[in-house]
Design a protein around this ligand. Structure first.
Ligand code: UGA
Length: 435
């Protein structure tokens, strides 16, 4: 099957490359000529494990190509995916849908159909109706079916998530559109649960409800972690104890510095707005948004306390800047709020991240960047681990201790065992480890 993918960002590129790998012929279209040129040369605009190889193989097999020209992309296509960005609109927190609507208009201006138009971008309930209206208004005689097909990819694990999904949600009531979507995902149907067909609005809401629920789960365990610290309990054991109940499940119960990234913060805020607009305030999600924002800023207090109550004039080594490992994405990363708060209190910050430093440079001021973890630690008054990159899980602790001016470790991801570090003479502070 031949398809076009509009938007060669994170979602579009991963989905396009994976569909090509299934055997479909995919053209990725993007307005950004420099991005398309780079992709043609095999240079990825994002860091995602395995993506460059997947792209290279499928380009070599002539199943995957890149263009800035939508007409070329839509030539012979049976379906077109809209996978453009939906950032938070400045000021009101609503999702900014201008790129989605512009893509819909351009599709109708370029192609009369028949064409299945699939929204993969995360869009608020009712966006599919508006996309359909724009298509009809732009080309009344055109033949289009508008489908919602949200993605559930995690950065850093996106290819695996695409190829081994828990479910594929397809929002359309139309039999032809359902058939086209089934055919597209057919290579998966042998070893994964079948597609889940729903109405379009339901599908749009599933995406937000899933991300909001996961954000609730993380925020819940983060609050329990605070309680553990106050009452002398261990949050990791609490998480194991509750997570082994099938109804709760063990995933997304890792306490930490608060969730970040390009999805949870934006999607929870947008869902809150949708609830308010519909006259159904989502109080749990509203609270989660507020609690998580406070938490990210509040992590600095933990560091200050570990440093004896003040960080003025001290050098704090920060390992990990990205919002999670295996990505270069710095959007809404907890490190941003933490570092700014430490600087406000007079600390000097030296940081190292395997992939995120280039992006961080544009977002943080007055940070010294170290070429390696050990250079970062050298001579610092304390070490703070903010992101759980594998490279930080097995540091040479003897070396770290020798390099640090003060042997203080604040481990915001609980990647070390408190006893191990304390035995070696470190002052160790984790999250939710009150014992
Ligand atoms: C998330 C969802 O997991 C995907 O299913 C969804 O498709 C995606 O958003 C999206 O909407 O595009 P992602 O933002 O890549 O994926 O990352 P996650 O692995 O979900 O992590 C999000 C944040 O939560 C990170 O800051 C992470 O450190 C934090 N987190 C996660 C915790 O603090 N504790 C946990 O137990 C799990």
């Amino acid at each position: 099957m031949r398809i076009a993918m509009i938007g060669s960002g994170y979602v579009g590129l991963v989905s396009g490359a994976c569909f090509a790998d299934f055997g479909h012929t995919v053209t990725c279209v993007d307005k950004d000529a420099s991005k398309i040129e780079a992709l043609k040369r095999g240079v990825m605009p994002i860091f995602e494990p395995g993506l460059d190889d997947l792209v290279e193989t499928n380009v070599a097999e002539n199943r995957l190509s890149f263009t800035t020209d939508l007409r070329e992309g839509l030539d012979g296509a049976e379906a077109v995916f809209i996978a453009v960005g939906t950032p938070s609109r400045r000021g009101d927190g609503h999702a900014d849908l201008s790129y989605v609507y512009a893509a819909a208009k351009e599709i109708a201006e370029t192609h009369p159909g028949p064409l299945v138009v699939v929204t993969k971008s995360t869009v608020p309930v009712g966006t599919g109706d508006e996309v359909e209206r724009i298509l009809r208004e732009t080309r009344p005689e055109g033949q289009y079916w508008v489908v919602s097909n949200p993605e559930f990819l995690r950065e850093g694990a996106a290819i695996g998530d695409f190829k081994r999904p828990d479910r594929i949600v397809v929002g359309t009531d139309d039999p032809h559109a359902r058939e086209v979507m089934s055919e597209l995902y057919r290579p998966l149907s042998l070893n994964t649960p079948p597609l889940m067909f729903t109405g379009r609005r339901t599908s749009e809401l599933i995406k937000y409800a899933a991300n909001a629920f996961l954000a609730v789960k993380i925020t819940f365990i983060n609050e329990i972690a605070d309680l553990c610290e106050a009452v002398g309990a261990d949050v990791q054991e609490v998480a194991r104890g509750i997570g082994s109940d099938n109804r709760i499940g063990p995933k997304f119960l890792h306490a930490g510095p608060g969730y970040g990234g390009s999805c949870f913060p934006k999607d929870t805020t947008a869902l809150v707005k949708t609830g308010q607009d519909a006259g159904v305030p989502l109080r749990i999600v509203e609270t989660v948004v507020a609690v998580n924002d406070q938490r990210k800023r509040g992590m600095a207090r933990k560091v200050v306390a570990a440093c004896g109550g003040a960080v003025r004039g001290k050098t704090i080594a920060v390992l990990g800047l990205t919002f999670k490992p295996n990505t270069d994405d710095m959007r809404d990363a907890p490190s941003l709020a933490l570092i700014t708060a430490l600087q406000d209190q007079g600390a000097r910050v030296r940081a190292y991240d395997p992939e995120g430093m280039e992006q961080a440079k544009g977002m943080l001021k007055d940070v010294d960047y170290a070429p390696h973890a050990y250079d970062c630690v050298e001579g610092a008054d304390a070490l703070v681990i903010v992101t759980e990159w594998d490279a930080f899980r097995a540091l040479d602790l003897g070396r770290v201790k020798r390099l640090l001016k003060e042997p203080i470790v604040v481990d915001l991801r609980n990647i070390y065992r408190a006893e191990d570090l304390r035995k070696r003479g470190f002052t160790y502070v984790g999250v939710g480890r009150g014992k």
